[in-house]
Design a protein around this ligand. Structure first.
Ligand code: AMP
Length: 114
């Protein structure tokens, strides 16, 4: 797969407001926030889409979700709640083809989404 803007952020080639990092996962604030807290969690090893993930990615995907949940808990979002979103391909609204989890919190979310 080709490189993306998130690959450049992971390699520190372009700036981002990084809020969390471990060996496998990087998290930074979305440039165009849709909620008071809007953070993107990305695996450092790129997977283009959720559809492209395979069983060999199971551990990494688990780490990605658990890192997201732990951050939300640390930031005090868990009790009131938050939303996580993974957009996949065109109808999902995916624009950056490096799998990422959107963490949205700090306001009431509504369902169904638009
Ligand atoms: P998606 O549409 O699910 O692929 O989400 C891509 C997200 O990346 C959007 O919410 C954008 O606002 C966000 N985004 C794009 N470029 C950057 C960037 N350089 N730094 C932070 N967030 C970005």
């Amino acid at each position: 797969m080709g490189d993306t803007i998130f690959g450049k952020i992971i390699r520190r080639e372009i700036p981002a407001d990084i809020v969390y990092e471990d060996d496998d996962v990087l998290a930074f604030r979305d440039l165009n926030p849709q909620a008071p807290v809007h953070v993107l969690f990305v695996p450092k090893r790129a997977i283009a889409t959720l559809d492209a993930a395979t069983t060999s990615d199971s551990e990494l995907l688990g780490k990605l979700l658990l890192a997201t949940a732990a951050y939300a808990r640390r930031e005090g979002l868990a009790e009131q709640g938050y939303r996580t979103v993974i957009n996949c391909n065109e109808h999902g609204g995916q624009t950056v083809f490096h799998l990422h989890v959107h963490l949205l919190g700090g306001r009431q979310m509504h369902w169904p989404p638009g």
